[in-house]
Design a protein around this ligand. Structure first.
Ligand code: UD1
Ligand code: CA
Length: 450
């Protein structure tokens, strides 16, 4: 059966403060709305109809969609019912519609599947949950244990209705032909003078369409983000969920409330992640890896048995088996560390290749550099790769030994097994096995007597 997701994203989100549309607020490293769109992409035969209004072009520009997506404009934000009305002409005949709110971004595919099954049986299927402090949410008014009378919005609720803790998540599923019949009947006779989508519950009852509620036990996937505090709470709930799923998969996490995964991460069994590390974009981390406190790892591949010490930054790079990195290292720009290599404290490597078992353990900059196998880079070595105009390459072949505090002025090549003396400025290629010394000679002068 075709599934048409109607995603409401036209509001400004005044309660968030700021001028950016609420649905673009960042959650788990991407706009809230993107989280939702990605979930809907898991459904076969699905189509997305995204209702935009406030800063519509900005929203369209920032969201990545698949081909089966329509953008529909709601010029004035007259309420959620009015927003859905704009989508009606895009619905496919015979489909089930699933309505999603752009600010309720973490609903799972499993939950949506349950709702869809219920809608296929000719019901209006609502997703509800219990909230100790229900303020701001629509309350679910039941007329018996299994029947729902109506949803009452906060502004219209009586004192006794305000005490109801079962609330509307905003998410619902219904056959599209029923939706098209009910939505035009929604009026704006309420305290906010808005066309409330939630009125379709009462309308469904009147039109003999059964209303079924799916009451979620774990409400973290349906919390809304209307203000910065709620956005914060949602982020924390999400992060905890991801951390706990890592733990279940065999990863030791020092503290599930002090890890942030902003994107997709895969971590192999037996790995350990200490506190305060951030994983951004798409990362793959192997087995038996140890990640020290305070690391930032972005769009990288870390292979097996790697040790990453505290406060290390790794971006767009590959770290091979058994490597050691940091503390305080920065590896970036497509750098590849081959197995058993080490880049230690205060080492930066950019667009470089570090061969097997090569080491730069202290205070070094490697830019546009290729190190062969077993190269030793002395403390304080700098590749001078930039002449103010262009970047140039440095090559050190297998078994090269670079003395401490060498400056390698690129383009330059150090032949296999060659050496540079400490403190050298190397401007010319060094042949295989040669020792290059490029520094002022030491002169010891006698001190004049006073
Ligand atoms: C809504 C529900 C409430 C529910 C809560 C769950 C209504 C009337 N109320 O309240 O029952 O408990 O969500 O989080 O539906 N939007 C538009 N066009 C509009 C108005 C809103 O596209 O004209 C979009 C917003 O951008 C937002 C979503 O619809 O993404 C929900 O709107 P919002 O104003 O946040 O509704 P709530 O007051 O949270
Ligand atoms: Ca909301």
């Amino acid at each position: 059966m075709n599934i048409d997701f109607v995603i409401l994203a036209a509001g400004k989100g005044t309660r968030m403060g700021g001028d950016s549309p609420k649905v673009l607020a960042n959650l788990a490293g991407q706009p809230m709305l993107q989280n939702l769109i990605n979930t809907t992409n898991n459904f076969k035969q699905s189509k997305r109809i995204v209702v935009v209004g406030y800063k519509a072009n900005e929203v369209k520009k920032q969201i990545k969609t698949t081909k089966n997506t329509d953008w529909v404009k709601q010029n004035k934000q007259l309420g959620t019912g009015h927003a859905v009305k704009q989508a009606l002409t895009s619905l496919r005949k015979g489909s089930v519609s699933v309505i999603l709110y752009g600010d309720v971004p973490l609903v799972s595919s499993a939950t949506l599947n349950k709702l869809i099954s219920s809608a296929k049986n000719n019901s209006l299927a609502l997703l509800t949950f219990n909230k100790d402090n229900p303020s701001g949410y629509g309350r679910i008014v039941r007329k018996g244990r299994n029947a729902i009378d109506q949803i009452v919005e906060e502004k219209d609720a009586s004192a006794s209705q305000k005490k109801i803790t079962e609330v509307n998540s905003g998410i619902m599923a219904i056959k599209s032909n029923f939706l098209s019949k009910l939505i035009p009947l929604v009026k704006n006779k309420n305290a906010a003078k808005e066309f409330y989508l939630t009125d379709i519950v009462e309308l469904a009852n009147k039109n003999k369409i059964s209303v079924k509620a799916l009451l979620l036990k774990d409400n973290t996937e349906v919390l809304g983000a209307n203000n910065l505090q709620e956005l914060h709470d949602l982020e924390r709930a999400y992060q905890k969920r991801v951390a706990e799923s890592l733990i279940r998969s065999g990863v030791r996490v020092a503290d599930s409330s002090r890890i942030d995964i902003r994107g997709d991460v895969e971590v192999g069994r037996g790995s350990f992640i200490d506190v305060n590390s951030v994983f951004d974009g798409t990362n793959t981390i192997g087995r038996g890896v140890s990640i020290g406190p305070g690391c930032f790892i972005s769009n990288s591949i870390i292979k097996n048995d790697v040790t990453i010490h505290a406060n290390t930054v790794i971006e767009d790079s590959i770290v091979g088996n058994d490597c050691e990195v940091g503390p305080f290292a920065r590896i970036r720009g497509g750098t590849e560390m081959q197995s058993g290599s080490e880049l230690g404290n205060f080492v930066e490597a950019n667009r470089s290749k570090v061969g097997k078992s090569s080491k730069a353990k202290h205070l070094t900059y490697l830019g546009d550099t290729t190190l062969g196998a077993r190269v030793n880079v002395g403390a304080g070595t700098i590749t001078c790769n930039y002449d103010g105009n262009k970047k140039h390459k440095t090559i050190a072949e297998d078994d090269v030994f670079i003395g401490s505090n060498s400056s390698l002025v690129a383009p330059v090549k150090l032949g296999q097994g060659s050496y540079t003396g400490a403190g050298s400025v190397i401007t010319k290629n060094v042949g295989k096995g040669q020792l290059a010394v490029g520094r002022g000679k030491q002169v010891n002068l006698k001190k004049k007597k006073k």
